[in-house]
Each structure stands twice: as structure tokens, then as C-alpha cells.
Design a protein around this ligand. Sequence first.
Ligand code: XMP
Length: 507
Amino acid sequence: MHEKIVILDFGSQTTQLIGRRVRELDTYCEIIPYNKFPKEDSTIKGVILSGSPFSVYDENAFQVDLNEICGKYPVLGICYGAQFMAYTNGGKVEPAGTREYGRAHLTSFCQDNVLFKGVRENTQVWMSHGDTITAVPDNFKKIASTDKVEIAAYQLEGEQVWGVQFHPEVFHSEDGTQILKNFVVDVCGCKQDWSPGSFIESTVAELKVQLGDDKVVLALSGGVDSSVAAVLLNRAIGKNLTCIFVDHGLLRKNEFKNVLDDYECLGLNVIGVDARAKFFAELAGVTEPERKRKIIGKGFIDVFDEEAHKIKDVKWLAQGTIYPDCIESLSITGTVIKSHHNVGGLPEKMNLKLCEPLRLLFKDEVRRVGRELGMPDHLISRHPFPGPGLGVRILGDITLEKVNILQEADDIFIQGLRDWHLYDKVWQAGVILLPVQSVGVMGDERTYERAVALRAVTSTDGMTADWAHLPYEFLGKISNDIINKVKGVNRVTYDISSKPPATIEWE
Ligand code: XMP
């Protein structure tokens, strides 16, 4: 088992960010709910307490017995984490007069404190809290102030316990990474040897033990996560892994064949299932977006289940679940941020054990692992694509004719982005077929045909997104190409809505 930093989650929006920062220091870490601290774990090298939406005075504030942690491991409390430690040890936490939010500067700090090694004078830090520590207990020592806050950071005298009221994990804290590094490397002694290579080595070894000679099925979507999971499992158990790739008829142009070829080149044992007829039949005449999603989701489960049953003695279902999905499902504040679970319900229905080898990785780490596994770049750097595919990009009912039109238009747009070296600059792009016809003129003839919308967004996680500011020349060229080459379309528009309040997909 790898050495790790535990991040105890009190529900802050930046908890995941702390995790990312620690991983960027090539150090393995796990985010654990505030009340689930493991009893005995010799791999823990240090603990970070996150911020929280609560004030220490709130009735519902998350409480934890720190005696289990302080004194046993080095501890760094961030924001609420710092306030909670100060408060429960007899310090004073009070509502801040004016909300201490935004930029501040460390006007003074103990230069010789290990936490501040290499930190520049007057460095900018990011504050975000409604309460502030106004007095620390006797055995706590103030070690930094900002222009707005007297006690910006403290250390327990003679102990490896620190608290900072600012957020070192946030980009706007200029020396934040240095502060985290000081804690993780200098204080906790982490070796910074967590890498894609070490992940692959240890995960393959663990999978071999976990799965033995058992048979495993995995649903491939063509996306990065399921593909990387498959290649990793293939390395561990070879032919005992069977991958199933379902064509619901709502994939991009030529996607089924291209992706299947890629998978075969990677040596995967993959079954491609042509289920287009089933999906088109079930979707005929359905216009309501949620209904379409349900039909596609259920159809997918049925097809997968049927195929999996053809394989004898399957014991496991593998999935490309990644860390943000797991953290969301653990979300202690109970807010469901994302509800796109295409294969939710499968493990129960099939009575299989679940194997999720990527469940501790962030998206960019999954990509790094994929590259290290020798997967081709076009597979690794693919844009996200919704499980229900073009089904949620054809507004109104779905027909084969509409799918064909959309596939052609989409192909021109995506190929254009590649040719103009714009593909990697956007998070995701696609075309939406609108349930609208408009008048046009082609040659000498009046036309009355369909309109499409181009959608391209920039984003870091898909949760929020901005419309991509693509060059006008490019948009003009794509519009021309679509109208000239795709029969049935005579108008192209560009979607300039950000998320929120719009979403990335139209349905
Ligand atoms: P929205 O439209 O909610 O999309 O802004 C956010 C991200 O999720 C993708 N998406 C889906 N992915 N199944 C998926 O696997 C779905 O049903 C689904 N709906 C949306 C969307 O493409 C974007 O990347």
C-alpha cells in the first residue's frame, strides 16, 4: 500500500481541489468524510482538515474528536479546519465584521516556520469565511497575519499541528502550493513517488489478487474512462476480461467502427453489438427528453445484460468510475451535482461484484495513466460525449434520417476543429439538430429546410462552462461546409450560452 495524506472532508467546495494539489505534488491522497477517519492505517503520513459551509457555532456543524488524530499524525487545518481546532481547544471564533472574502496579503509571518519555507513576503492568499479566529488558546502560537486578519495562521507549540484561515489550495493563493508542499514533503515526509507508472504497477498487482481467475465484463462507451479501465484490466487478467461495446445507433459518424478497431488494436477482448434497430424502434415518436434518456438507459442495460449472460460464470462487473464520481456520491451536504449515471442499476440487476480500478483518480490522472499504458492519443484526448449520444442532440423525435443528417454536420464541425488545431482548446463540441425549419435560397430555388446549432464550450470539469470564442473565419467556413454538403440543412447558428444558466447539452 502506498503512503498517503488523508484529507478529512467537512464539506467545503474546495476539498477536491486540496486533493488535486496534493496529487500534483506526486503524493497519493484520499478524501474521507469527516466522521470516517480510519482507526489504524500505517500508510497515513499526515492529515489535512478541509473547510466547511458551516460555522463552528452552527447546530449542524460537523464535529469530530481530534484526539484520535492530533498527536498521532501531522495536521494542517484549512479555514473551518483551523477554526474548529482553535475553537474546540478554548480559542475564540467570532463572526467576521465584514465578510473576509477574496484576496488578502500575508503582511507578516514567521519566516523560520517550516510551513512558510520559500514563501514570499506579502504574498497573496485567498480568504473565504464568515467567521474569524480572534483569540487562540495559550498553547497555540500565531504565526501569520494578513492586512485584514490578525490570526491568519497558527501552530500548536511543540506539535506538528497547524491551522491556516486562508485557502492555500486555491489558485489565487500565490504561494499556496509551496505551503502545501512544505506540509506534505517537509513535515509529513512524503516521498513524492506517486506517478502513473507506480499506479499501474500497484493496481495491476492488486487486481490480480482481487480477481484471481474470475471472469469480468465491462461496458465500453468509447470514452476515456471506460477505455483506460479496460486496458488496465486487460493488463492484469487478459482474456478473462470481456468488453461489450453497444451501438445504439446514436454514436457519431463511423464512431462504432473506428473505436472498435482501436480496441482491437489494443488487444482487448471486445464484443461489438449492433442494437440500432432495437433503439430506433423503442424511440420512435418519443419527444420528451427525460423519456428518451430513460429508454436509451434501459435499452443499454438490457442489451448489456443479455450479452453478458452469454459468457459463462461472470463474477464481476468493471466500470470506469473515477474519483469525482465517488466523491459526489459521498457528498456529505447531500447536494446531487450530476445525475448522469448511464449504467446505474446494472450491478444489482446482474448480481455481480463491482470492480472500479480508477475510482481514486482524477480525470487528468486517468489520461496520464492511459498514455503510460500506451493508448493512442486520439483515444485519450477525446471530448466527453453523453451516454445517450446524439439522442439528446436531436430535439424532438428521433429518426434514422435525422441521425444521418446530424452525423454529417457533426463530422464536419469536429473534423474542422481538428484541422484548425482547435479541438484540444475546447472541452467539448457538437451539433444540435433543431426542430425548426427555415426559408432559404439555393441556386434558383427556394428551400425550406432544417436549422442546426453548433455548440462548443470551454470548461475544466463540465460543471460550469463558457461558450468557446471560436474564430469567426472558422465558424464561417464550417457554416458554409455544412450548408453546402449536408442535404436537408440550410441554416447554421452558434450557441453563445454559458453554463449556468444554460447546460452544455440542449436536452
Ligand atoms: P450538461 O448538459 O448537464 O452536461 O451541462 C454536462 C456534461 O455531462 C455530459 N452529459 C452526459 N453524460 N450521460 C453521460 O454520460 C448523460 O446522460 C449525459 N448528459 C450530459 C455532457 O455531454 C457534458 O459533458
